[in-house]
Ligand binder design. Structure first.
Ligand SMILES: C[S@@+](CC[C@H](N)C(=O)[O-])C[C@H]1O[C@@H](n2cnc3c(N)ncnc32)[C@H](O)[C@@H]1O
Length: 300
């Protein structure tokens, strides 16, 4: 127990330091339970439903998957290196009457196929998070990720909260951080389309850059170009606005749609006009940045 406390205190100290300072620590995450109120908040933030398949990497006594199965009717599995925790988790699932929907395996999370996940739940050390990050970013766009206390390097969470965590076995302030991400699609590149505001033979041209889910870029039409504003990429869903001068007056255009491979289908709106169909085609692919500018650890 003492060793565990020491390890978590060391971890807290490491978190105060830049990520590179803990870069060489490949130690496995010790067992610390997520307090039930935090489990509930994690599942709520991930909007878990009966349609979801969850995977908990480092599942401990199984509480995340068992709660998801019991409260929301979801299915899933957890993996843990600790055999007695796996036995306990399967026993807890049986006691909760959800053994058919919540299963636990003695398995290394680094060797676990996570491609089936609609939702991933994680309470691991930050350097371990970084080791699995590239595999998570390669999951199908729209996959949700929720993590207790620790982030994923420079991948910014879509939502982050700090909450009271009474009974938390580590930390002095009895607080927990819960962070939520949606795996983004790769939207970077050059996109073109025609539509309202464009004369015959003219095309809108969107030049889009991407770092994780953050998108920036410009829209050009007939020699007029402006930066996109209010840009959001959530899974496959993209939305942004742009203000272009037209006859000496600014006109705001808004766009929202779904990115599927090299096509976007959605809606665009010019000023206060009625929304119209928006169909864009990617004519040039650009690489999205999905790594840190100051790398912390090597990917495993
Ligand atoms: C901080 S605990 C979290 C337990 C549970 N998910 C929760 O939130 O209550 C981390 C768990 O990860 C497990 N673990 C650590 N390294 C692992 C690895 N490489 N593969 C599988 N499980 C691992 C530990 O045994 C421990 O049970």
């Amino acid at each position: 127990m003492r060793t565990l406390i020491t390890k978590w205190l060391t971890l807290a100290a490491c978190l105060m330091a830049p990520v590179w300072a803990v870069a060489q620590d490949y130690g496995d995450t010790p067992y610390v339970q997520t307090p039930q109120v935090v489990v509930d908040k994690m599942l709520e933030m991930a909007k878990v439903s009966a349609k979801d398949f969850l995977i908990d990497l480092g599942s401990g006594d199984g509480r995340l998957i068992i709660t998801a199965a019991k409260k929301y009717g979801a299915r899933g599995f957890g993996v843990d290196l600790n055999k007695s925790l796996v036995t306990l988790a399967n026993r807890n699932a049986a006691k909760a009457g959800v053994a058919n929907r919540a299963v636990f395996y003695e398995q290394d999370l680094h060797d676990t196929d996570i491609t089936k996940a609609d939702v991933l739940t994680i309470y691991l050390l930050p350097e371990v998070n970084l080791m699995v990050r590239s595999r998570i970013l390669d999951l199908k766009p729209g996959t949700r990720l929720v993590s207790h206390d620790y982030g994923f390097g420079e991948w910014p969470p879509d939502v982050e909260i700090v909450m009271d965590a009474p009974g938390k076995p580590v930390g002095r302030d009895q607080k927990s951080k819960v962070m939520f991400w949606v795996v983004p699609t790769r939207a970077a590149g050059k996109w073109v389309w025609t539509g309202p505001g464009a004369a015959a033979g003219q095309f809108y041209e969107l030049q889009l850059d991407q770092a994780f889910q953050k998108i920036t870029g410009t829209v050009g039409l007939a020699g007029r170009t402006a930066k996109i504003e209010d840009a959001v990429l959530t899974g496959e869903h993209i939305a942004f606005a742009v203000t272009l001068p037209e006859g000496g007056k600014p006109v705001r255009y808004t766009f929202s749609g779904k990115v599927i491979n090299n096509a976007i289908a959605g809606e665009m709106r010019r000023g206060n006009d009625k929304p119209e169909a928006w169909n864009a085609t990617r004519t040039e692919l650009r690489e999205a940045r999905m790594t840190d500018l100051k790398p912390g650890v090597m990917a495993r």
